[in-house]
Design a protein around this ligand. Sequence first.
Ligand SMILES: [Zn+2]
Length: 274
Amino acid sequence: MRNLIVSLALFSGLAAAQGPRIFILTDLEGVGGVHDAEEQLLPGQRRFEESRRLLAGELNAAIEGAFAAGASEVVVWDGHDGSRTLSVDLIDRRAKLIQGKPTPANYYLSEKAYDGIIFVGQHAMAGAPNSILAHTQSFEVKRLTINGKPVGEIGQTAAIAGHFGIPVIMLTGDEAACQEIRELQPKAITVAVKRLAGRASALSLSHEEARRRIQAAAREAVSRVREFEPWKIPGPVELKFEYLPRLPANPEGRVVVYRGATVLEAFEAWLGKL
Ligand SMILES: [Zn+2]
């Protein structure tokens, strides 16, 4: 009997150690209820604390779902406003938090360091139709392409993760962001917490309903983590940034190109210059 208990204990220890390791990348522009760049995105703005609270609620729902599906580790990278939006006292006790600048070209990833990536609060790329607060890094970038394919922040992370053999398994954000990940990673599970409802207004789920759907989706995505495939881009790789024109100094808009033998090398060329 004792042997049985010992081996059961060993087995459960092993199972926990082997549970999926999940990396969650957060942003703020894709959180339900957030739609106003003047009031909701930066410290000091009237509704910023509300935005942080809503982000934490959605994030913790994803963390809850991931652990319910047997995750052994959840690491969160604070991706909004130079990685200084979250706080360790806002996140689920079981998760860990990465904050700080500058962002390394590997986005804190390495070869198969995690089994899957989850985006929370994500927005679509600059110029995406029917999107809310869409941009690519700054609101000055008109278009970014990887080997001619337009991408935003979603595509950048998916490309770097793919380089390291890690798939995107889930995304929450506005409807346009959900569509963007499905074009790159068709199997990714998405939760649209809001959609455009006018020129710059949003129709959002209640926070409680958003959390409920996010938790269920994270649970499903993590329980099926082995079914997803990483986005692999064959080299050589060219990253091309097209900036909006700044009249009258630069009526055409600036174009900057970074190259590398791999996706990672191209990102190193770019981020090394920032
Ligand atoms: Zn952001």
